[in-house]
Every structure is written in C-alpha cells, then in structure tokens.
Write a protein that binds this ligand. Structure first.
Ligand SMILES: NC(=O)c1ccc[n+]([C@@H]2O[C@H](COP(=O)([O-])OP(=O)(O)OC[C@H]3O[C@@H](n4cnc5c(N)ncnc54)[C@H](O)[C@@H]3O)[C@@H](O)[C@H]2O)c1
Length: 253
C-alpha cells in the first residue's frame, strides 16, 4: 500500500512512539487521525505532522470504551472519507510482582485493578479499534492494513504479568486477523519493540539505562525513526501479513 494520500489512524498518537510514527507517515504525505486522551498532546502532535507536510486531526477517545471507539471511527471516516490503515499503538504499563513475600509473610499481591487496567487499554482497546477499523475497511472494499504494537515482553517478563500477557495477546490478534481479513484485502502486522529511546527513557537514571543496554546485543536503545521505518515496511510490503517483526537489537528476556 502506498503511504501518500492514504488515511492512517494511530492510537496513542499524542506522544512517544505513536507521535513519532505519525510524523514519519506525514513526511511521506499521509493523512493522520490521531487518537489519545489529552487535547494538548494531540494539538502538538497534529501540528508536528502538519509541519512534516501531512494533514492531521486529533480525536479525544478512551479506547477502552466501546461506544466512544465506535463513534470516533465513524467520525474519522466522515472527516477523511476513508480509512486505509490503523496502528494500534496506545499502551499502558503498571508493573509489579504477582506477590511480594518476605520471610514467609505475604506483603502484597498484584491487585485486580492493576491487572485489569492494563488489559483494558492494551488488549481490549486494541480489539475494539481493530474491529472498528476492519468493519470500515471491509465495507469500503479497498483493502487496508492493521498494525498492532506488541513488545519484547510478550515472551513473559518478571514484574509484568499484566503487560506481558496483553502484548502476547495483541501479537496473536495479528495472526488471527491476518487469516480472517485477507479475504477483504486487509493485511495485518505486528511490531515487537525492545527498549526504544523516548521521553520516558530520557527521564530514567543513567545507571538504569546502562543496565538495560548491557542486555542488548547491539548495546544501545532503539531509535523512534527505526520504529517508524518498520511500520513503513509493513504498510508498503503487500506480501506481508499475519506476522510480527521483532525490533529489539537482538534482546531476549
Ligand atoms: N517505548 C518503548 O521502549 C516501548 C517498548 C516496547 C513496546 N512499547 C509499546 O509502544 C507503545 C507506545 O509506547 P510509548 O513508549 O510511546 O508510550 P507512551 O506512554 O509515551 O504513549 C502511550 C500513549 O497512549 C495513550 N493512551 C493510554 N491509554 C489510552 C486510552 N485508554 N485511550 C487512548 N489513548 C491512551 C497515552 O495517553 C499516550 O499518549 C505502547 O503500546 C507500548 O507498550 C514501547
């Protein structure tokens, strides 16, 4: 699929990797519908896309709410006339150990709220947005592409019972949807990043960064442009579907 003049929805497009991927597609002449929770972030991100030469609009929408997601995708279709691609990028991390025990005494358990909040955004939100985008694309009859952002943590990571489970789940949706939606000309892909340098990592202590980098065979963090490059590859390669690209510098956890 060509990027120029096509319409891409990016969830969590207000900041971080979502915004970086949006700017990259805008630079190629794409039209962007950015979904996020914060209006200021959306305004800045849409402005950055416009500076890159792409038309962009922001949409406030909590992707865990079915009615809001349905209304937002209908609005995007109305505003732009079509939807060609979706990047399910919005994500939440609320790390913690399953249980904390000291000297035989139970100190804490991961709460159901801590578990469910991550499931709701990362897994249910991806399902809802993927479903709405697929429904619109199938009715348009011009195909499309859906990309889910997973993580190296999908293999199962210490302190990430909730997050790892959701990132494995969205990776399987790439495979299921790849099989189901091919008949409509809709392709799917997943990106499983390792640690990418963002505003969040910039705020971490240098020792913590050093520890993370030590485990990466390439001995550095990924760059947001490398993430955007992988997205562009999935969009543009018409024989790619139902698979996950590991973008992690060789890191295994
Ligand atoms: N940064 C990394 O190193 C890294 C590594 C692996 C995977 N990822 C994944 O990449 C994606 C983006 O990560 P990031 O580092 O840019 O994170 P981030 O926290 O900077 O951005 C996530 C965005 O999603 C939005 N969001 C959260 N909940 C939402 C909801 N209910 N409805 C709508 N929007 C919501 C947030 O407001 C935010 O703008 C996430 O799925 C994350 O799990 C990131």
């Amino acid at each position: 699929m060509q990027i120029k003049d096509n319409v891409f929805v990016i969830t969590g497009g207000g900041r971080g990797l979502g915004r970086a991927m949006a700017e990259s597609l805008a630079a190629q002449g794409a039209k962007l519908a950015l979904i996020d929770l914060n209006q200021d972030d959306l305004d800045v991100a849409a402005g950055a896309c416009a500076e890159q030469g792409g038309e962009a609009r922001g949409y406030i929408c909590n992707i865990t709410e079915e009615a809001a997601v349905e209304a937002t995708f209908a609005q995007i279709k109305q505003d732009f006339g079509k939807i060609n691609g979706l990047v399910n990028n919005a994500g939440l991390m609320r790390d913690g150990m399953l249980i904390k025990v000291k000297e035989g005494e139970l100190l804490a358990k991961m709460s159901l709220d801590q578990f469910n909040s991550v499931v709701n955004v990362n897994m249910t939100g991806t399902f809802l947005c993927g479903r709405e985008a697929a429904a619109i694309m199938a009715q348009q009859g011009e195909g499309g592409v859906i990309v889910n952002v997973s993580s190296v943590s999908r293999a199962g990571n210490m302190g990430q019972t909730n997050y790892s489970a959701t990132k494995a789940a969205v990776a399987t949706m790439v495979v299921s949807w790849g099989k189901e939606l091919a008949r409509h000309g809709i392709r799917t892909g997943g990106i499983a990043p390792g640690v990418i340098a963002t505003e969040m990592t910039a705020q971490m202590k240098p020792e913590a960064i050093d520890r993370m980098v030590a485990a990466v065979p390439l001995k550095r963090l990924g760059q947001v442009e490398e993430m955007a490059h992988t997205l562009r590859y999935i969009i543009e390669n018409d024989f790619f579907t139902g698979r996950i690209i590991e973008m992690d510098g060789g890191l295994r956890i």
